[in-house]
Design a protein around this ligand. Sequence first.
Ligand code: SF4
Length: 373
Amino acid sequence: MTEEKVSILDSYHYEMGPIRPPSEASSLLIRVTRNCEWNRCLFCPVYKETEFSVRPLEHVIRDIDLIRKYVDFLLNPTDNIVIEDPLAYDSAMRWVGHSMKSVFLQDADSLAIGADNLAKILTHLKSNFSDVERVTSYSRSSTINKMSVDDLAILREAGLTRIHVGLESGSDRVLKMVRKGASKDIHIQAGLKVKEAGMELSEYFMPGLGGRGLSAEHAIESADALNKIDPDFIRLRPLAFPIRAPLYELMTSGKFDRITDVEMAKELVTLIENLEGISSYLVSDHILNLFADLKGRLPDAKDFMLSILQRFLGLNENEQLLYRFGRRLGVFTSLDDLNDKRRRTRVLEIMSENDVTPQNIDYLLDQMMRQFI
Ligand code: SF4
């Protein structure tokens, strides 16, 4: 009997994970791991009912080679190429259209494969695409803390320029309640390590995550954690309730007391008022944010950002309702749009067609927001 040798590459095909940060919309996506090893956060629907796995190193290397091949073809078209992997070809085409300056490593925590293997991938990427300016990845604070600053510096040297971390909250009570698998101290320690290694750091804060009972603590403790880390970016990503997130069930059964958009604006006032002594750039780049223009570098932009929130809080209930609905429709991006007659009329017409009232708006907005998650 002859034994057939099966190559690991026989099962190969280019893969793409389900999500990337909003700021990586122009990036090439290279999938290093599949899904999330932790997968327990109550607010997160993304990888529920999936298994975590590490893609074979050879497969990731082959993805990079395949993209190189298709990019070469797209830049210098010839007749003699077979498109054997349409997904990889589409990725290459998209990336060429975006000038090929950035790469995002998927899925939830690429650092989970260890510094040595990740450095091999980064080195291969760099040798194939030397003009790439930014290579980024999500990682969890607990994974980062398992690495030494030297390991992180090796990754930086190999080409990893930025890490996106889901801080979500600086309150230990909130972090425990939502099963984040990290404490405030763990987040601070990990954030400082990333910075010490010379990489850029994005920290995601999740407005609303403390619910009504912990809203103030959530804001104050998060500001304190962020003040201690001083990340390059603070990104706001408001809490939403997709049906597949365990928190949805807790919310509908009354065990999680959600806050309204108005309370969320007040929570953001508390957060921003308490951000002190840092030079982070605060960004509202997720579509779920109520104010797309709530952004700027601290401390200079602090008053500007607070003025946006105070302006919203000073509107009467009907105007707040109109803005909330128009923003989630994608018609409004900032409060100034309330003065745009054409946009305003359009939103009012849609509200009237859908019988939007103060009583049903949360339900309707939840449904609209689910399409963005
Ligand atoms: S939020 Fe991040 S760490 Fe938590 S389950 Fe989702 S992907 Fe995993």
